[in-house]
Ligand binder design. Structure first.
Ligand code: RP5
Length: 165
């Protein structure tokens, strides 16, 4: 991926503590697919004005999808979805007290009319947010569609090659 390419995916995380070992894999997955992205730390609670500004300007800045990762009282994805017309993918971060069930329920239980596409808690969700963003882009971009096809074929090959052990 050329770093000067214009970001089409925006990754927002509620805290720097969401990055290492978690949202970092969202970034790595987007990079492996050659998808230009930007990343930023914004909190629905600690920086509400900046979060709303980011969401309101995202479409005009050329983003196509927003990924929002947060844990606990995880309102980030929902606030962004409320302020943007772009598709929003929410990643529930695993938490030490409630294992991320708090994050999951905070993100997934959106009111009708304001969807957030919610992925699994933690590490699988972090990767799947990137793959889901890629499939959204792939619906309108044949090159990206081909990359998703290749990814699925590779997963299948890996399983079939190792099914007998
Ligand atoms: C959420 O609170 C963040 O997304 C993070 O998952 C959690 C804890 O944040 P820190 O206290 O580590 O900054 O807003």
């Amino acid at each position: 991926m050329k770093m000067e390419e214009k970001a089409v995916v925006g990754i927002v995380m509620g805290s720097m503590s969401d990055y290492e070992g978690n949202v970092s894999s969202t970034c790595e997955t987007l990079e492996s697919l050659g998808i230009p992205y930007e990343k930023i730390v914004l909190s629905a609670h600690r920086t509400p004005d900046e979060t709303i500004e980011y969401a309101k300007t995202a479409y005009d800045r050329g983003l196509k999808v927003i990924i929002a990762a947060a844990g606990g009282a995880a309102h980030l994805a929902g606030v962004i979805a409320g302020c943007s017309t772009l598709p929003v993918i929410g990643i529930p971060m695993k938490t030490s007290t409630l294992d991320g069930l708090d994050s999951l329920l905070s993100i997934v239980q959106m009111p009708a009319g304001v969807p957030v596409a919610t992925v699994a808690i933690g590490k699988a969700g972090c990767k799947n947010a990137a793959y889901l963003a890629a499939t959204m882009l792939g619906a309108f971009d044949p090159q990206m569609h081909k990359k998703i096809e290749d990814h699925k074929a590779q997963m299948k090959k890996n399983v079939l090659e190792n099914m007998k052990f």
